[in-house]
Design a protein around this ligand. Structure first.
Ligand code: TYD
Length: 144
């Protein structure tokens, strides 16, 4: 029961081992949306957290394909932490999930698959505002 209510939804993808390791992700087999955008993050600094926002509509899957990070997920009523350090195991960053990335190990590379194109107005960057919207006591809703 505990796991049903967890904010951490793992996404496991195939790993092909021949003379190297090859991983692949395809929709809808491995992820619950059609991929509209891919981005990757590298050259991050250990002491500089990233993220700290939620999206109204965009769903994402994040993989740490090299290195390690500590992620915090928050749905407005609980916060959970997870270490990402396996290229074959990503996690879902669903709509209206506040997420933060911390403790970037040197040379970490993140790969993110997104359900929508980039739109600044899909972001909620203020945590107080996020809490108000997530808990249903803010009149302001999605602008998109
Ligand atoms: P942001 O999503 O805040 O990055 P992170 O989650 O790693 O903290 O984006 C950082 C900057 O990059 C911000 O100015 C928006 C821009 N950006 C794009 O232009 N396109 C994109 O697809 C993404 C993800 C970000």
């Amino acid at each position: 029961m505990k796991y049903k209510r967890s904010l951490i939804h793992y996404v496991d993808i195939p790993k092909i081992s021949d003379d190297c390791f090859l991983y692949f992700v395809q929709s809808p087999d491995h992820i619950p949306f059609a991929i509209k955008r891919v981005y990757y993050i590298l050259k991050s600094r250990p002491n500089l957290p990233r993220g700290s926002h939620a999206h109204y509509k965009t769903q994402q899957i994040i993989f740490c394909i090299q290195g390690s990070i500590r992620m915090i997920l928050d749905d407005g009523s609980k916060r959970e932490e997870v270490i990402l350090n396996q290229p074959e195991t990503g996690i879902l960053l669903d709509r209206m999930i506040w997420h933060e990335m911390h403790n970037f190990q040197k040379d970490t590379i993140l790969l993110v698959l997104a359900s929508r194109k980039y739109e600044d107005k899909d972001y909620i960057r203020d945590h107080e505002q996020f809490l108000a919207i997530a808990n249903g006591n803010n009149k302001k809703t999605s602008k998109i």
